[in-house]
Design a protein around this ligand. Structure first.
Ligand code: NAX
Ligand code: K
Length: 509
């Protein structure tokens, strides 16, 4: 499991540890890890090449520019810069807040032969300093490596004008950028980005991940993330967490020798319509490939479903008349008419776990949902989430973590918010939000959501909690898409077809 903690939790753990260590020891641990990651990158062992023509790999002779802000983040950069300078790199520090730069870090860099250049942020728009800014921009574009130590845990809002200009200069020339702790300008706790922010190739983060390193849109600024253990002890639940193969393997059901189809879980599917029969087929396909003992289908797509999957138990009437199931999936391709609404209400009236997706989300009654005793799982994309929250889609996309938490709490349901990183929030706010990162852009294809509903519904029927079913389902689904795509476009049927490969991959570890 990968954990991400809030700024407040990290600060508390830091002060607890600092009280037991000699002064500055923690920052030295951070700087040592940061310098090692920079050295590896300069030696050609990083996520991006950092060797410019005319220079061999390694630290010796490399040109490193540090962007240094007012706080501890700049301190890390300065101490790491000193370590690189001692190994023969040419290191220059641009101080964006000269009066506030970390004293000890400045002394260390100067002692190691590094260059210190005052580049006060507020002079960026002053014509008297135009030549100076032109000069430092050129330094950046010629560097082998730029280290972003502008802001860390204490950063507020986006980059200011001067910092944004420098970050842009480095990015425009494709100079590798290593962010210290987090890319400056992102919101560490929410993953939101309120203005210009550094886009790093590598982020070296300390003690624990921060939610902003896992959640979009901030995540896209972080590049590859490397976690450095500095000995922090972070008790209590994380703010966010990401499952790994082993976590998912432990969650996936495994049929016991005495299992029969009923014990393995029967999932009911109410999806599709005369207009969208394909949604029914895809949803059933996802469910069948995720270990359900049996799939019952109830709805207007019964003939299409049984023609493709003869093992399905089909009927065309109301879901409550279809026979017993351990969980229902309702919504994909159901349409928007009265009949669809009747089916959703019929499913939600049953006292079993229910997954509501797509068209089903049009018919939710907040109070009825909150009154349900069995778990409910809602699986909206950003547009559907926006409608449920009464906000614009852009708002959900910009504030994904806040939005998924708000939905879960307002609807009293577990919510899976689809996207490039899928988020899962439980109605209990103390539970970490789960972040799924197995997805691929190829998953943005018609019908792939219908498959996901079948997958998660099947896991619900097998007895997983709504949160586990949603997060393990998203994980498998994303992995299946990667298997199916392998660098080329996929359709939703390919994704469903690759589910067994994803399952085996997870189980193998
Ligand atoms: N406390 C410690 O011993 C350790 C701290 N560490 C580093 O220290 C960082 C936290 O240090 P700080 O609390 O000083 O926080 P920052 O380094 O984020 O600096 C905060 C200061 O930056 C300025 N600032 C805020 N927003 C800004 C913006 N948008 N543009 C420009 N300036 C802005 C403000 O003056 C603020 O006080 C961590 O992220 C980590 O990198 C690590 O060395 C681990 C140990
Ligand atoms: K930073």
């Amino acid at each position: 499991m990968r954990h991400a903690h809030s700024v407040q939790a990290v600060r508390a753990a830091e002060s607890e540890l600092m009280a037991r260590l000699p002064e500055g020891a923690l920052m030295q641990r951070a700087a040592a890890g940061l310098a090692a990651a920079c050295a590896a990158l300069l030696a050609g062992r990083g996520p991006v090449p950092a060797v410019r023509p005319g220079r061999g790999p390694g630290v010796y002779g490399a040109r490193v520019v540090l962007l240094v802000g007012a706080g501890g983040n700049g301190g890390d950069a300065l101490y790491a810069g000193a370590r690189l300078a001692r190994r023969g790199a040419g290191v220059a520090a641009l101080l964006l807040a000269p009066g506030k730069a970390h004293r000890g870090g400045l002394t260390a860099l100067a002692a190691a032969g590094g260059e210190i250049i005052e580049t006060a942020e507020e002079t960026a728009t002053d014509p008297a300093y135009a030549a100076h800014w032109h000069h430092v921009e050129r330094m950046l574009t010629r560097a082998d490596l730029v280290v972003d130590g502008i802001t860390g845990l204490g950063g507020r809002g986006g980059l200011r004008t001067g910092a944004a200009r420098l970050a842009h200069a480095a990015e425009a020339d494709k100079v590798p950028v290593v962010a210290v702790d987090l890319p400056s300008g992102i919101d560490a706790d929410t993953g939101e980005v309120h203005g210009p922010a550094v886009t790093a190739d590598l982020t070296v983060t300390f003690g624990t991940h921060k939610p902003g390193l896992l959640v979009d849109p901030a995540r896209e600024h972080a590049g590859t993330v490397r976690l450095i253990d500095i000995g922090l002890d972070l008790p209590g639940p994380a703010a966010a967490e990401a499952l790994q193969h082993a976590d998912v393997a432990a969650l996936l059901p495994r049929p016991a020798p005495e299992s029969d189809k009923y014990r393995r879980g029967v999932v009911g599917i109410c999806a599709g319509s005369a207009r969208y029969p394909g949604a029914a087929v895809l949803c059933v396909h996802g469910a069948l490939r995720t270990g359900a003992g049996a799939v019952r289908y109830a709805g207007p797509g019964d003939q299409a479903v049984v023609a493709r999957f003869p093992e399905t138990l089909v009927s065309s009437g109301l879901p409550s008349e279809a026979g017993r199931v351990q969980a229902w999936v309702v919504g994909p391709g159901l349409g928007e008419d009265e009949e669809a609404g009747r089916r959703v209400a019929d499913v939600l009236a049953q006292d079993v776990p229910v997954l509501v997706d797509a068209d089903g989300l049009r018919f939710l009654d907040r109070d009825r949902l909150r009154a349900r005793t069995a778990p409910t799982l809602l699986t909206p994309h950003a547009g559907e989430a926006a409608r449920l929250l009464g906000v614009e889609r852009e708002h959900v996309e910009a504030a994904r973590l806040t939005s998924v938490r708000r939905l879960a709490s307002e609807y009293g349901a577990t919510v899976l918010l689809k996207g490039s990183t899928t988020l899962v929030a439980a109605p209990d706010e103390s539970m970490p939000v789960r972040v799924n990162a197995t997805g691929t852009p190829w998953l943005a294809t018609a019908g792939s959501g219908d498959v996901l509903s079948g997958v998660a519904g099947s896991l619900l029927a097998a007895g997983l909690s709504a949160r586990d079913a949603a997060s393990a389902g998203a994980y498998l689904h994303g992995l299946a898409a990667r298997h199916a795509a392998d660098g080329a476009p996929v359709d939703a049927q390919d994704v469903a077809g690759a589910l067994p490969a994803a399952w085996r991959d997870v189980k193998r570890g």
